[in-house]
Write a new protein. Structure first.
Lengths: 156, 388
């Protein structure tokens, strides 16, 4: 594969996967710059391995896992709430789930995003988070319950 | 859990995505790749000695000798300066303008060197300065990996990608298996629901059929009860006697009957035959007419005529009752028995003799009936007993 062809293939891959990876990183970090940096670094690492990754169908999953693994080091531990007690979305509109996510403890937020946005099974989430699978399932259950409660309150 | 997943999908869609920068990614990735291939960084100060148009490179903190030729002139406008290997001991470089020009030429050559032979001899040029009679060119040198190290790094990359692939395959298999189990379970549940629904419909149909059959069953039971009742009743039968006269005696020559007890009746008659005396006699035949009565009477009129072949004589008297039977076999009307020969309270008239001159008797009566006389029939029930 020539250098130009390599870049063209990777650019196409990047264009297709970047939005999803960025969104997942944002839901973990809730920081646009941090999410962008994390996504870019994940793709850079993918390009360093592109000769092999380009042949694999799970290349997108590899980048997602790498990005979310990096995101855990960039995400704030404590929930971030704007003045007034209501979290606002990136465009200033009230986004219920995003708001509710921000109010969750980091571990629950991370587990939920890795599972539902990163589409990772519990054991893979455990590997990324460095905890046991049972702990991940507990975070998922507690996170889901907390989300439902917060969203019911926001709807009511 | 589908509601939570759908919420996440919707939330992710609502996150605005900034424009990416694939160029920055490629540059960062390329650098990372170079560093991955190298064994590590060796910051080195390389002393260049320009001698006769050639440049010698001595380098590295460990003063390893470097190969003489390592690249090509891919960079446009560059030229390669032949490199001559010397010993590890640095040699002075002339500090003239020409030296400086040579140093720049060396720099250019080194850049060409960098672009063309990235894999083996990797340098990041930092700059150069003059030290006495020598030009000190600083590079961040990536020490060329040994063949084994290179293979090892390649293997590490392969292992990592293989492990990731295996994790993904396991994940896919587990997810597919789970999905298959869920589909099978849903399919079985659906089938069970359909079977239960079908069973309920069959039961309803059965109940409907039972409801429809019930009246017929009752009627069947009623008919069977009637049959039992009928069977338990005393039967009536018709008797036709054929009587002959001989020597002034009346003999019954033949009797026909529909009675189930014909044998016993025949015995009585037979006894009379064998006896020297006439024990019995009876009408040898009768006929009957049923027709609507003439106004002002309504209903049906019955006329029964009995005929005997011989004179009326018998120590027995015959008593006959007449029954009019409807189309359904039920008795419409019964007339009380009448005795023959005349005498007593019975009523009869001497009918005109038939064409053979036989005497007879006629019983007439009428009864109310709304149907058609043609649907009716007459039954005669007779008994014989000794005259009192």
């Amino acid at each position: 594969m020539t250098a130009d062809r390599t870049k063209a293939d990777f650019s196409e891959f990047y264009a297709g996967e970047f939005p999803q990876v960025y969104r997942a990183a944002f839901l973990v970090t809730y920081d646009r710059q941090a999410a962008f940096d994390v996504a870019q670094e994940a793709f850079a690492r993918a390009f360093a391995r592109w000769r092999r990754l380009s042949r694999e169908q799970w290349a997108g999953g590899w980048v997602m896992t790498t990005a979310l693994n990096l995101a855990k080091h960039r995400a704030p531990e404590t929930p971030s709430v704007a003045p007034g007690g209501v979290a606002t979305g990136p465009q200033g509109d009230r986004v219920d789930l995003v708001r509710a996510l921000r109010l969750l403890p980091f571990r629950q937020r991370q587990a939920l995003v890795l599972h539902y946005v990163g589409d990772l099974p519990p054991h893979a989430v455990a590997s990324v988070m460095g905890v046991s699978e049972g702990t991940v399932k507990a975070h998922l259950a507690q996170g889901r319950a907390a989300l439902r409660k917060k969203l019911e309150v926001s709807d009511g | 859990m589908d509601d939570v997943r759908s919420m996440f999908d919707a939330a992710a869609e609502n996150v605005p995505v900034p424009p990416g920068d694939v160029g920055a990614v490629v540059r960062r990735g390329a650098t990372r790749r170079r560093k991955r291939i190298a064994a590590g960084l060796v910051s080195a100060s390389v002393i260049l000695a320009a001698t006769g148009g050639a440049v010698a490179i001595f380098g590295g903190q460990d003063a390893r000798p470097l190969p003489a030729r390592v690249g090509d002139d891919r960079t446009p406008g560059s030229r390669l300066v032949p490199l001559v290997m010397r010993g590890p001991t640095p040699m002075p470089v002339l500090g003239s303008e020409q030296d400086r020009a040579d140093a720049r030429a060396v720099t250019v050559a080194f850049h060409a060197f960098l672009e063309g032979s990235r894999r083996q001899y990797l340098f990041d040029y930092e700059g150069f300065e003059r030290q006495g009679n020598a030009w000190l060119v600083r590079f961040v040198q990536f020490a060329p990996p040994t063949p084994h190290e290179d293979q090892l790094r390649e293997l590490e990359v392969e292992l990592e990608t293989a492990a990731e692939r295996l994790r993904t395959q396991r994940f896919d298999m587990r997810r597919d298996a789970q999905r298959l189990v869920e589909e099978l379970r849903d399919s079985l549940r659906e089938e069970a629901r359909e079977l239960q629904s079908h069973l309920a419909a069959l039961r309803r149909r059965m109940r409907q059929l039972e409801d429809r059959i019930r009246p017929y069953a009752r009627r069947v039971a009623a008919v069977e009860a009637d049959q039992k009742t009928l069977a338990s009743r005393r039967p009536s039968w018709t008797v036709d006697l054929t009587v002959a006269e001989s020597d002034g005696m009346i003999f019954v020559q033949d009797v026909t009957t529909d009675s189930p007890d014909a044998a016993s009746l025949r015995r009585i008659v037979g006894h009379a035959e064998r006896s020297s005396s006439v024990d019995a006699w009876g009408a040898d035949y009768y006929d009957a007419v049923l027709r609507p009565q003439e106004p002002p009477n309504d209903g049906i009129g019955v006329e029964v005529r009995y005929f005997w072949t011989g004179p009326l004589y018998a120590p027995y008297e015959e008593t006959c009752a007449q029954q009019v039977v409807g189309p359904d076999g039920k008795v419409v009307v019964t007339r009380p028995p009448r005795r023959f020969p005349p005498g007593g309270e019975h009523h009869y008239t001497t009918s005109p003799s038939d064409e053979d001159g036989r005497d007879g008797a006629t019983i007439s009566f009428g009864f109310d009936y709304d149907g058609d006389a043609a649907d009716l029939s007459l039954r005669v029930v007779c008994e014989w007993r000794p005259r009192q």
